[in-house]
Design a binder for this molecule. Structure first.
Ligand SMILES: *[C@@H]1O[C@H](CO)[C@@H](O)[C@H](O)[C@H]1NC(C)=O
Ligand SMILES: *[C@@H]1O[C@H](CO)[C@@H](O)[C@H](O)[C@H]1NC(C)=O
Length: 448
């Protein structure tokens, strides 16, 4: 249209224009509430970004709103005592960065689910790079106490490696990092099983990170898992581990189990248990006391809602509860005590691994998005699948989690595009608009 309209403003305007109700969610200064409820108003096709007069007008309104927000120096004051930051899409939305920024306003930063599959990179004030996996992003903030909750799974050799990496760079963890005595231990054999399972399933790969997280949650539910508190009883530990390893050997042909293997692992865990001792705590009690003493608690979600075991695109999901419910079950925080929940959404979408993905761009446009957003895995370097922002999935995510606000990230990546598209509705093969994000992946695969 010849006018200078920044991509981000246009996008905000489009989101408002798409008439989707986000249930009271507002992204910064742009409120999403108050838009027409009801899917009858939805455009049946993906909105094409044309600089129509109306959109321009909306963009100007949005620009004013942004200016007002910048003038109000601090958009983070007024956050509730217990807050959470969750991913709204398929992960890699930039949660770690926001948690790192917010951490200085909180006394406790806690992880409630998942394991060392997070993998985000943050930089300290001197620009030193830190790759964190299980340790909460709050660790770089000296005043914050970091908690790994009961809902998480802990691979001790991995955790010690992470701690060593932090300490050798001058970040002390002693007395600042607590691991729940109720958390389950993830053993090397869980990782072996992960690989064997993927090999069995060849052809219908879930695309796991092979870090043993799924198998560890599986033993948790089968109820022969071993918890951090079991490390206090090294006399009965060998017996428990023997049962676990026998189970694995009887299930997987390729899994060779020997007495020697058990002995070696028991020796390892004798050392690990001594080293872990100062970090072990009844974190449920710690969280309750902290809450009663008016301490401020920030919960850092791992993965994202579209990867949640219940609400995600099952079976192409993670094995834990990545949505808001996981905050309560994974830390022992009562639902009533939870306040603001911030959803982090990328201005477009990416996903790693398999599974249907309606707004995916498998063409040159996708390549352009990938290059502009540097969408390659942090640890693997694997190219991420890229596509336009999917408002159907985002709305679903907003409803499942009840976000109090949305943080839209990587808007600048869209600035180089002359045309931006948004997924505003899913149309089935019968021509009907779907009312919500479908459970049935075959249906999802066929939507337009
Ligand atoms: C959104 O998150 C980024 C960090 O990724 C932060 O710089 C920004 O201030 C946040 N915006 C709002 C409105 O919370
Ligand atoms: C996830 O949530 C479900 C349903 O509330 C629960 O049964 C399950 O134990 C949770 N899973 C994990 C791994 O926390």
């Amino acid at each position: 249209a010849g006018g200078v309209v920044r991509a981000e403003l246009l996008l905000m305007a489009l989101i408002i224009q798409s008439s989707l109700s986000f249930g009271g969610v507002n992204a910064g200064a742009v409120k999403f509430s108050g838009t027409k409820e009801g899917l009858g108003n939805l455009q049946t096709q993906t909105a094409k970004c044309k600089c129509s007069a109306k959109v321009m007008e909306q963009a100007v309104v949005a620009e004013k709103a942004v200016k007002i927000q910048i003038a109000e120096d601090d958009s983070f004051t007024g956050l509730s005592q217990v807050c959470a930051v969750l991913g709204t899409q398929w992960g890699d939305e930039g949660k770690g960065k926001l948690v790192d920024i917010l951490a200085e306003r909180f006394d406790i930063v806690a992880r409630c689910q998942g394991g060392a599959n997070a993998g985000h990179t943050i930089y300290n004030s001197e620009g030193k790079r830190f790759a964190l996996h299980l340790v909460p992003s709050g660790i770089l903030n000296e005043k914050a106490l970091c908690v790994v909750g009961n809902g998480a799974v802990v691979h001790l050799p991995g955790l010690f490696k992470e701690i060593d990496g932090l300490e050798s760079n001058g970040v002390s963890c002693k007395g600042r990092l607590l691991v729940s005595d109720r958390a389950h231990l993830l053993f090397d054999f869980h990782q072996t099983i992960d690989g064997l399972r993927e090999a069995e399933l060849a052809g219908s790969l879930i695309g796991t990170t092979k870090r043993g997280i799924g198998p560890c949650y599986a033993t948790k539910v089968t109820r022969n898992g071993i918890r951090v508190s079991d490390l206090m009883h090294m006399d009965t530990f060998p017996e428990k581990l023997d049962i676990l390893l026998h189970d694995a050997a009887s299930r997987f042909k390729g899994f060779e189990y020997s007495k020697r293997m058990l002995e070696t692992e028991v020796e390892n865990y004798k050392r690990y248990s001594e080293r872990l001792e100062p970090y072990i705590a009844d974190t449920v009690h710690v969280m309750h006391e902290a809450f009663l003493n008016q301490k401020r608690i920030l919960v850092e979600g791992g993965q994202a809602t579209m990867l949640d075991i219940d609400f995600g695109t099952y079976p192409f999901v993670t094995s834990s509860n990545a949505s808001a419910g996981g905050i309560c079950t994974g830390l022992g925080i009562a639902p009533r005590h939870l306040g603001d929940v911030i959803g982090v959404a990328k201005a477009y979408t990416t996903r790693v691994g398999s599974g249907p993905y309606p707004t995916e761009l498998s063409d040159a446009m996708g390549e352009k998005l990938r290059a502009a957003g540097h969408e390659y895995g942090t640890t693997t370097g694997r190219p991420r699948r890229c596509g336009w922002l999917d408002l159907v999935a985002l709305q679903y995510s907003c409803r499942v989690n009840g976000f109090s606000s949305l943080n839209l990230t990587k808007l600048d990546v869209l600035s180089g595009f002359s045309q931006i598209r948004l997924g505003v509705a899913y149309k089935g093969p019968d021509g009907n608009i779907l009312l919500s994000f479908p459970a049935d992946l075959e249906r999802l695969e066929k939507v337009e």
